[in-house]
Design a protein around this ligand. Structure first.
Ligand SMILES: *Cc1c(COP(=O)(O)O)cnc(C)c1O
Length: 366
């Protein structure tokens, strides 16, 4: 058709994501990072503002906040889920002074404008608690669901799809995500029709009418080729997630053998009792491994794939030195960064391969 960018394939994919997630509006964009950025732009967040997020996430989460001119404010994570701790979030906000309109202000003097929880590794953050805090402080919730399309959160008000719980949800179709494109791609979902219109305009330089600009946007458009690929792949997402869950269960069984599960910490599945199939979609299967860096040498020698998500928490990144954080500020995230280790989990992995990975780790410890 020679329609390389946007057009009917993108519209069809947006509709498919609406149907899949139960979101009223979906806007295809150029990447997961741009999805986060465009939402912040649509909210008018910029210099003088702050957005609260987790220090234990992919760089793009906090990078998008900083790129608007706002300040990323970090609060520590939960030891077991690796997601932002609602208790730490509440503690932080209770320590903030409020503007006359009741908006919390950071100690640095920035007005807190939004919460950006991340559903890390395919497990939803504790959204009921986060939503209650957001409501109390009148803050919009932007879910970074880049790793969690398809994950279901058992809310007190019924099961909800990751990204469709808060005010905005952001997905990534980077090839390593559970739904990967043949290149970069992303999506915003939201509830509010006016916000959806603003985001749609911002995606194409902010012009609602061609060559007339009320706002400054950017080139955040999605390629039709990526949308065509994603349209074909989306119907398989749940079966791929089931494959990842099957593999996770196999690892659990293998690690019980010889008591390795007493030495390494396996992923926590807090919503396993919810009856929801996709309570964890295992974009990554991360264990906590004592003497991790020695173990990695063994895995390397045996050519077993592995990765560290993430070796350095965001508050300690060089580019964020100006924020003034120090080692020790977020001990839970810092400890996780020294022990975390991702093992192969992709759906096509065979039981023999899982046994081989587990055996290599068992031999190392036992
Ligand atoms: C991958 C990822 C992003 C960024 O998505 P891109 O499509 O790579 O820009 C943002 N946040 C998290 C948590 C991610 O895993």
């Amino acid at each position: 058709s020679q329609q390389f960018i946007m057009g009917p394939k993108v519209e069809a994919f947006e509709k498919a994501v609406c149907d899949y997630t139960g979101s009223p509006h979906a806007i295809g964009v150029s990447s997961g990072t741009d999805a986060l950025l465009i939402v912040l732009m649509a909210l008018g967040i910029g210099p003088g503002d702050a957005v609260i997020t987790t220090p234990f996430t992919f760089f793009g989460t906090a990078g998008s906040i900083a790129r608007t001119g706002a300040v990323p404010v970090f609060v520590d994570i939960d030891e077991r889920t690796y997601n932002i701790s609602p208790a730490a979030l509440r503690r932080y906000l209770e320590g903030c002074r409020l503007t006359p309109e009741g908006r919390p202000v950071s100690p640095g003097g920035q007005v807190i404008r939004a919460l950006m929880p991340v559903h890390l590794f395919g497990l939803c953050a504790e959204m009921d608690e986060i939503a209650a805090i957001a409501k109390e402080y009148k803050l919009p919730v932007i879910e970074d669901a880049a790793q969690a399309l398809g994950a279901v959160y058992p809310s007190k008000t019924g099961p909800k799809q990751a990204g469709a719980i808060g005010d905005f949800g952001c997905y990534s179709f980077f090839p390593s995500k559970n739904l990967g494109a043949f290149g970069d791609g992303g999506m915003v979902v939201c509830r509010d029709a006016a916000m959806a219109d603003t985001i749609r305009a911002l995606r194409n330089h902010g012009g609602e009418r061609r060559y007339y600009h009320r706002m400054i946007g950017g080139n955040f458009r999605l390629d039709a080729l990526q949308a065509a690929v994603l349209n074909l792949k989306l119907p398989h997402l749940d079966s791929w997630s089931a494959g990842r869950q099957r593999n996770a269960a196999l690892y659990r069984k293998e690690f019980a053998n010889g008591g390795v599960d007493q030495i390494v910490t396996l992923p926590h599945e807090p919503y396993a009792g919810s009856g929801m199939q996709n309570h964890h979609t295992f974009n990554q299967f991360c264990i906590r491994a004592p003497r991790r860096d020695e173990l990695i040498k063994v895995l390397e020698a045996k050519q077993i794939g592995h990765a560290i998500y993430y070796p350095l928490p965001l508050h300690l990144q060089e580019c964020f030195a100006y924020l003034g954080y120090r080692q020790g500020d977020f001990p839970v995230a810092e400890r996780a960064a020294t022990e975390i280790l991702a093992l192969p989990i992709y759906p096509e992995l065979t039981p023999d391969q899982i046994a081989e990975v587990a055996a290599a780790i068992r031999d190392f410890y036992c």
